[in-house]
Design a protein around this ligand. Structure first.
Ligand SMILES: [Zn+2]
Length: 306
């Protein structure tokens, strides 16, 4: 008999006994746990369907209750499978019923026969709605689409190679981060040195020619140097020509003043001047094409000279 009250006897020691049940040597579930050492618990079990007893062949109706020995006999994924062992109330023969989590039902395993009264739609001119054996798959439009030939072709010929490419790129960039970092830093140090040297050179040129600090200079290389030399030479020649023609023009426009005192020498001076004028005029008409060109600064580009 279970202890129903909370009477603590005088010799009860909490540290020693722990609880009243252990003090009395009883399980909390009382007599129902008398086979707990075998993993069996006595529970009240109600027949879920009609059966015929295997020993006395009597019909036992659904809903008859038994004190069944409930035992865990296995697992279906995370769901335990229980066995219920009952004794027939007519003949004392044992029969056993198991739970079937996969199909959400009970199965008679031994000692009895189940009376099959499940609704069978096919037998009654209908169609089975639920198929627990998984023979037919549910109609899923997305699943059907994934199974189409186009989708499969796309997956194998486009998506899979693309994923492989992405994976290889990712592996390439993540394979050896230390090495990548080292290489980048090394290159950066070298480039920085070159950049600094070039900047110092530019600064020197700007200071030498009094150029504005924000002016951007072109990098010196063989080609640009050749072009600069060529243009420099052309500009030099042009400036020289312009200066010559200017001097001639000034000479031509200058007023002719004859010295009054000496007669013979003034005549000689006048003739010499006339011959000079004709010579200059002849020269200027010859080189009129070159002289007519106005000197322009735009044609002279600022180049960095070696
Ligand atoms: Zn029986």
């Amino acid at each position: 008999m279970q202890g129903f009250n909370k009477y603590y006897p005088p010799d009860y020691d909490d540290a020693k006994h722990g609880s009243l049940n252990s003090y009395r040597g009883k399980h909390a579930l009382g007599d129902r746990a008398r086979k707990i050492d075998q993993g069996i618990l006595i529970t009240r079990f109600e027949l879920p369907f009609n059966i015929w007893c295997g020993s006395c062949d009597a019909h036992i109706g659904m809903g008859v209750r038994y004190n069944a020995e409930k035992k865990k006999i296995g697992m279906y994924y995370s769901t335990p499978i229980f066995s219920f062992r009952c004794k027939c109330h007519l003949c004392s023969g044992w029969f056993e019923i198991h739970t079937d989590p996969k199909n959400t039902r009970y199965v008679v395993v031994s000692g009895a026969r189940q009376k099959m009264e499940d609704w069978d739609p096919e037998e009654n001119g209908g169609y089975a709605v639920h198929d627990t054996n998984g023979k037919t798959e549910p109609v899923d439009p997305l699943a059907a689409l994934e199974k189409s030939t186009d989708a499969q072709t796309n997956a194998t010929k486009v998506q899979a190679p693309r994923i492989e490419q992405l994976q290889s790129v990712s592996e390439h960039y993540n394979a050896d981060p230390y090495e990548h970092s080292r290489r980048v830093r090394k290159r950066f140090r070298v480039e920085k040195k070159i950049e600094k040297a070039a900047e110092a050179l530019d600064q020197g040129i700007k200071e030498r020619y009094g150029l504005p600090a924000e002016l951007k200079l072109i990098r010196a290389d063989a080609e640009s140097e050749a072009v600069a030399k060529d243009e420099w030479e052309k500009g030099r020649v042009r400036v020289a020509q312009e200066q010559t023609s200017k001097r001639r023009k000034l000479a031509l426009d200058a007023p002719v003043v004859a010295p009054a005192a000496t007669g013979s020498s003034s005549k000689a001076y006048g003739s010499a001047l006339a011959s000079l004028r004709t010579r200059i005029l002849a020269n200027s008409s010859r080189s009129s094409g070159a002289a007519s060109r106005k000197p322009t600064l735009a044609g002279i580009a600022i180049r960095k000279l070696p």
